[in-house]
Design a protein around this ligand. Sequence first.
Ligand code: ATP
Length: 314
Amino acid sequence: MSPSSPTRLPAGPGVRVRAPSKVNLYLAVGDVRDDGYHDLVTVFHALDLADELTITPARRSSVRCTPADGVPAGAKNLAGMAVRLLAQRTRSGGPVAIDIAKQIPVAGGMAGGSADAAAALVGCAALWELDLDRRQLTEIGRELGADVPFALAGGTALGTGRGDLLSPVMTRARLHWVLAMAEGGLSTPAVFAELDRLREQGNPPRVKPVDTMLAALAGGEPAAVAAALGNDLQAAAVSLQPELRRTLRAGEAAGALGGVVSGSGPTVAFLCADAESAGAVAAELAGSGTCRSVRVAAGPAPGARVIPTSPVRG
Ligand code: ATP
């Protein structure tokens, strides 16, 4: 492991790891392939709305999430699956207790499960002092889910293939967001199936080529980024949860530069001119009755990282 590796073990018996959520600034979905998958072209953007995991050596493995609503506690939790896969691939490790402090909405289209998987990989690699670099960790992450490589990388990145083949996107933009969380979640496979159904019935408009978004990010102007926001899954998410239309209208009426359903939804992300405007939009949206709750967030945020422990003062 290199001396600068972010997976190096800090002092203390366990590690704390923070992993970011994501919004898709742009998401183009190709037609369904023979194997059932869709080719994607997407621009991921990591947000500082993050989950925090505490990973401690223990006698028995466990995963606990707070709040626990909608998140499997045991072997089916993606963080626990990540630990088992890492142990298998590296033939090392031991039982760990994982505590997840959950901030990322569950089944909200913000890749919270993938963030927890990425955090578990980074945390256990540190705890077990594994000689792994980011590329090797990413290969293991890819086996757990298409969004895991980005949760490891963070920043802003272009994703192709299943969204898991990444190249960084250069941007000077610091973007301020308001996130409108919906009642309940949406299943990602159900949203893709709804898009296939809508496309069989007619031809819902597709997003424009990605170049406009990449140029907007290079320029760094939030208004240009807002104008280039686009998501082929939005029509399908709105078809399954028609009340999202009201949320989208309410955010724009409140003064956001633009709004987009995040990934497969149902969270809606509103891009604002600056932090002050985001605060004002959040306050108005919270009172609009069109969503369950509202959060502000900023990006780009770093990928899954061990949180350095502060020295104990004597
Ligand atoms: P996607 O990455 O497909 O966009 P999402 O962001 O919409 O997913 P997640 O919050 O990642 O949704 O959760 C999807 C499902 O994964 C949940 O319904 C839950 O049952 C399961 N799951 C397993 N482990 C976790 C975890 N640590 N956090 C959240 N969900 C988890």
